[in-house]
Design a protein around this ligand. Structure first.
Ligand code: SAM
Length: 276
């Protein structure tokens, strides 16, 4: 446990909580680089996940009329309330994993130095909001960012890559060393930009079915697709799709998964779609 970087007058220094993935940004240079990458404009609708002690919140607010934040730590929320006018900073107290981002309206920009302990489930939760979102900028563990942007064929390419890339164009912007944080994490970090793809790009007929197919394919990534998808995809489907069933999950492109799911959707009733 380590003391954080900022405290309002008269308040005790905040002690970073490991269970909330608290690694506070203390490098002014990195903060400026992230804010420049976000390029906030007056009137933008932005939500920051995990404002913490305000390293990104304050420079964002200086360029915006209004900002939403979602924070779980009550002590940090008390500090934010103390320092900011509620007319300009809307604080949503609670777990970002449970937060319904669709309530903030369309054209939303989502940003944050995310708590690394929940980054993967949080990305899956946010992926369901792609239709509402203009873009997202996140600081994450470098290893997670490598998986997000990976191309087929490599060991980084997996379920996370497919599930995010079918909804978003992905750009790794820059790396961030552990020394930019207090306390310093054990791993390197990276900043990623996610921009929703055009809806005509890759159209999935049944998202729940698509999710099911991708999950099953990568459940045993070294096995042939003929085996991992045996219960769902028959020999005639593979022939029709012109996909060799001896290939492995990591060899298929995102578009191949879309085609498999759409073929199955054509012969199966629709399942329920995921919640944003
Ligand atoms: N933005 C600050 C910065 O860059 O210094 C803090 C980033 S720190 C890595 C992660 C932040 O997310 C902390 O403020 C933490 O309390 C908050 N957090 C952790 N889990 C959360 C959750 N489930 N929902 C919302 N906020 C969460």
């Amino acid at each position: 446990m380590t003391e954080g970087n900022a405290k309002p007058r008269g308040m005790k220094p905040h002690v970073a909580r490991k269970r909330f993935g608290q690694n506070f940004l203390v490098s002014a240079g990195i903060v400026a680089k992230i804010v420049d990458a976000i390029h906030p404009q007056t009137g933008d609708s932005i939500v920051e996940i995990g404002p913490g002690l305000g390293a990104l919140t304050e420079p964002l607010l200086s360029r915006l009329d209004h900002l939403h934040v979602v924070e779980i730590d009550r002590d940090l929320i008390a500090r934010l309330r103390e320092r900011h006018d509620p007319q300009r900073l809307a604080i949503h107290e609670g777990d970002a994993l449970q937060f319904d981002f669709s309530t903030l309206g369309p054209g939303l920009r989502v940003v944050g130095n995310l708590p690394y302990n929940i980054s993967t489930p949080l990305l899956f939760h946010l992926a369901a909001c792609a239709d509402q979102v203009r873009d997202m900028h996140f600081m994450l563990q470098r290893e997670v960012v490598e998986r997000m942007v990976a191309s087929p064929g490599g060991s980084d390419y997996g379920r996370l890559s497919v599930m995010l890339q079918y909804r978003f164009g992905m750009e790794r912007l820059f790396l961030v060393p552990p020394g930019a944080f207090n306390p310093a994490p054990k791993v390197e970090s990276a900043v990623v930009r996610m921009t929703p793809r055009s809806r005509e790009d890759l159209v999935v007929a049944d998202e729940a079915l698509f999710t099911e197919v991708v999950k099953a394919a990568f459940s045993q990534r070294r096995k042939m697709l003929r085996n991992t998808l045996r219960e769902r995809v028959g020999e005639e489907d593979w022939a029709e799709l012109e996909i060799d069933p001896k290939r492995r999950a990591e060899e298929l492109a995102v578009g191949d998964y879309v085609r498999i799911a759409n073929r199955l959707a054509a012969v199966r009733p629709a399942s329920s779609s995921s919640r944003c």
